[in-house]
Write a protein that binds this ligand. Structure first.
Ligand code: C2E
Ligand code: MG
Ligand code: MG
Length: 760
């Protein structure tokens, strides 16, 4: 690099010296270019030998090596020829073989540039590139023609054909490379390198032509000594650029050649202005005019392509925007409006008409469908519910999928009747839907906007109403009224607090003894959980178990109950002997039976406590047992382990003979509702008779299947008597013993032991 700059500098110094003090013959001016050329050739060779070049870049620089070498040889030849005939230097033209070498060099350079692959997306962009490059080429060519070649042709000291051909070729290298620069961004051949190759061809060719034309022979000498040695300098700079690009020192952002055709058009304007300024309308000027017309036509064509392209892009953007808008405001599964759009529309309705009512529709037990039949079936069910909603709502309102299994309808019409719609929806859900013919029910909460209502207040009211509908037994609708919120909100808060309570060990167990009815001996206990809330005191399970089931916290809570019961039962067994307490029972909810870890949890609790499995009783309700294959498998596994299973609250659910046959139960617990009032015998208590009938049927069934029985909720001696008479052997109830702490049970067992010892 430094060497080529040095040669160029010496050339300049020599030229200045020749002008002032006359430094030797003019033939010397021809020496600088080939010397610089040798240095450039060497630098390209160095690049090819050293760097890890990409194959495409290697091909490009390999061709440039040949080009540089050929040009150097050509100019070397010229220099030798000039020095040998120094006297005729002024009139001698370039020897043909030398000119041929240089021409081959330029030709190879053009070929090299042409083969650098361009980066276009194809199609329209390719056409635009072709147009751009044609326009640029014509624009530059016109300028060169006007300021260079045309004056050369008509100069007083006419130029040799060789010189003109070479200037033309150099110019081709320049324009070819320059118009390509914009399209090779990010490719293996560095953009800066190509740009410098363009400059080495173009700058020098242009200036040489101008100098020679305007200053004649003296200009030619200046060109040889001062300007042309810049060619090797620029070419070597190109090599440096490529080296640095390969080292990762330069990074080019892709920039399209948008300015190129406009620059070319402006370039054509230069000779046009000259023509306008009064240049004679010679044939060379006519060429300029024709070129100008062609260039402007091409620019017009290019603009047209760009215009069409822009229109297409705009259309695409608009479509994409519409699609995005749809996607962010609609639910992907059902195609219904989503929560965001729902809130938006509700806000608009409140702001404009202040009249709006909302139906919040929550499917009952949807989770069970998902758990038992899989998410695919669940999804199909949701789609069917969405279709049903759309059909029932029609044009009266906006059906929405709020989240999961929660839907909503926004009604804004003056004569909208939310209650009627809710009734229609529940009626429609009475029939099985989706291709799986599923029966699904929903709880609907209705809230209407009151003066001053906000989106949040309306939604909260609808939520409270829906929650109340669920608590009132599902498959129903409830309209929000003032004051409905507090208990519901308290209940919701409870759910949120459970997690913390679990972490803070706020749950305790109490144990309700189960007694033999004939001699009032304690034969077992049922563990019942209590929540010792820091501010609310002791909270009953009836309040928080549903919330725990809904949130899934029943699983860790149930695990605690299981471990604690086993531990306590084993402790009693070691304190009072293995026969003091035959069994320890605890309640298991359906959600726990679905937990795949449940069986291993039970196994671990038994193993850790040392409690024999036949002393453990798991109480499940009938509806929990009817929860499909997996639950049945779990129950059979537990039965296989020797654990006794008890059907809790028997008679209230879907008790059936087939259930008793299929389910590996060991005990049935007659529900308290059949015990209440069973003792009343005034001859007209039909209800008591009915209860007795159920109690009798249950005991007969139990005997038929060989099951033990426990009557729940015995509150007085009369009930005990009737139940004993009916054949019940065991009972549980406040009359016999209330739920008590573990110490209470210990005291009871101790007393029982002393009494037994006294009897003996
Ligand atoms: P359950 O399993 O049927 O339990 C019997 C319930 O009846 C207990 O209420 C008990 O205190 C109450 N009880 C017993 N004798 C009488 C009586 O003579 N009169 C009256 N009025 N009530 C009596 P508790 O403890 O409030 O439990 C209610 C329900 O909560 C339980 O019904 C059970 O389903 C559930 N539960 C309690 N502990 C747990 C638990 O650890 N896990 C699960 N999953 N559920 C539990
Ligand atoms: Mg129970
Ligand atoms: Mg019960």
């Amino acid at each position: 690099m430094t060497a080529t700059v040095g040669v160029a500098a010496i050339g300049t110094v020599w030229y200045v010296a020749s002008l002032t003090v006359g430094a030797g013959t003019e033939a010397l001016s021809y020496v600088f270019v080939p010397v610089g050329g040798v240095l450039t050739t060497a630098s390209v060779l160095h690049l090819l030998r050293g760097g890890e070049l990409d194959p495409v870049a290697r091909r490009f620089w390999g061709a440039l090596l040949v080009a540089a070498a050929a040009i150097t040889v050509g100019y070397g030849w010229l220099a030798v020829d000039m020095l040998a005939h120094a006297a005729q230097a002024r009139t001698r033209s370039m020897p043909l073989p030398a000119a041929a070498c240089v021409a081959i060099g330029f030709g190879v350079a053009i070929w090299a540039v042409a083969r650098v692959p361009v980066v276009t997306a194809g199609g329209v962009e390719w056409w635009r590139m072709v147009l751009d490059r044609t326009i640029a080429f014509l624009g530059c060519a016109t300028v060169l023609w006007y300021v260079g070649l045309s004056p050369m042709l008509s100069a007083r000291e006419p130029w040799s054909r060789q010189a003109m051909a070479l200037v033309g070729l150099a110019f081709l290298v320049a324009v070819g490379a320059a118009t390509k620069v914009s399209y090779v961004a990010g490719g293996p051949v560095d953009r800066a390198a190509i740009r410098l190759v363009a400059a080495s061809g173009g700058v020098t060719a242009g200036i040489v032509a101008v100098l020679a034309v305007w200053f004649g022979y003296a200009g030619g000498i200046a060109a040889q000594a001062v300007v042309m040695p810049l060619t090797p300098v620029l070419a070597t700079l190109g090599v440096v650029a490529q080296c640095r690009a390969d080292l990762g020192l330069r990074r080019h952002a892709a920039r399209s050649g948008v300015l190129l055709p406009y620059l070319a058009m402006m370039a054509v304007d230069v000779p046009l202005l000259a023509v306008a300024a009064g240049a004679p309308l010679s044939w060379s000027v006519r060429v300029v005019l024709v070129a100008a017309v062609v260039v402007t036509t091409l620019v017009g064509a290019r603009q047209f392509i760009a215009f069409r392209e822009n229109a297409r892009l705009l259309r695409n953007t608009r479509l994409q925007e519409e699609r995005l808008q749809y996607e962010v405001s609609h639910d992907a599964l059902t195609g219904l409006a989503n929560r965001a759009l729902f809130r938006d529309r509700l806000a608009t309705a409140l702001a404009t008409t202040a009249r709006a009512s909302v139906l919040l529709v929550d499917l009952d037990d949807f989770k069970t469908v998902n758990d038992l039949l899989g998410h695919g079936v669940g999804d199909r069910l949701l789609v069917s519910v969405a279709q049903l909603l759309r059909a029932e709502v029609g044009d009266d309102g906006l059906p929405v999928r709020v989240a999961g299994d929660e839907f909503a309808v926004l009604l804004t019409g003056a004569d909208a009747d939310p209650e009627a719609l809710a009734g229609r929806l529940l009626a429609a859900l009475d029939r099985p839907i989706s291709e799986h013919r599923l029966l699904v029910q929903a709880s609907i909460g209705i809230a209407a906007a009151v003066p001053g209502a906000t989106v949040d207040s309306v939604l909260r009211d609808a939520d409270v109403a829906m929650y109340t509908a669920k608590q009132r037994g599902k498959a129903s609708f409830v309209r929000y009224v003032d004051g409905m919120g507090e208990p519901v909100l308290a209940h919701m808060q409870l759910g949120g607090e459970l997690r913390r309570a679990l972490d803070d060990n706020e749950f305790r167990l109490v144990y309700q003894p189960i007694l033999r009815l004939d001699d009032n001996r304690v034969i077992g206990v049922e563990a019942l959980v209590r929540w010792h809330h820091p501010t609310r005191g002791v909270v009953s399970p009836a309040e928080f178990i549903p919330a725990a089931e809904r949130t899934g916290l029943i699983v860790p809570l149930g695990r605690f109950v299981l471990r604690e019961t086993c531990r306590q039962a084993a402790a009693w067994s070691s304190e009072f002997g293995p026969d003091a307490l035959q069994e320890a029972g605890l309640n298991v909810s359906a959600r726990q039976l679905h937990d795949p870890d449940f069986v291993s949890d039970v196994t671990a609790a038994l193993a850790d406590s040392g409690l024999p499995s036949e002393r453990l009783v798991l109480e499940v309700t009938e509806s929990a047992v009817l929860r499909g294959q997996q639950v049945s498998r779990t129950l059979c596994e537990l039965d296989g382990m020797g654990i006794r299973l008890s059907l809790d609250d028997f008679g209230t659910g879907e008790s059936s003979l087939s259930l008793l046959r299929a389910f590996p139960a060991a005990i049935v617990k007659l529900d308290k509702s059949f015990v209440d009032g069973i003792e009343i015998d005034d001859g007209q208590a039909a209800a008591a008779d009915a209860r007795q009938a159920v109690a009798r049927a249950v005991i007969q069934l139990a005997h038929a299947f060989g099951l033990d029985t426990v009557a729940e909720g015995i509150e007085n001696a009369g009930q005990t008597a009737v139940l004993r008479e009916l054949g019940y052997t065991h009972g549980q109830g406040y009359h016999l013993a209330r739920p008590m702490t573990a110490q209470g049970v210990s005291r009871l067992l101790a007393r029982q032991q002393t009494m037994a010892a006294a009897e003996r």
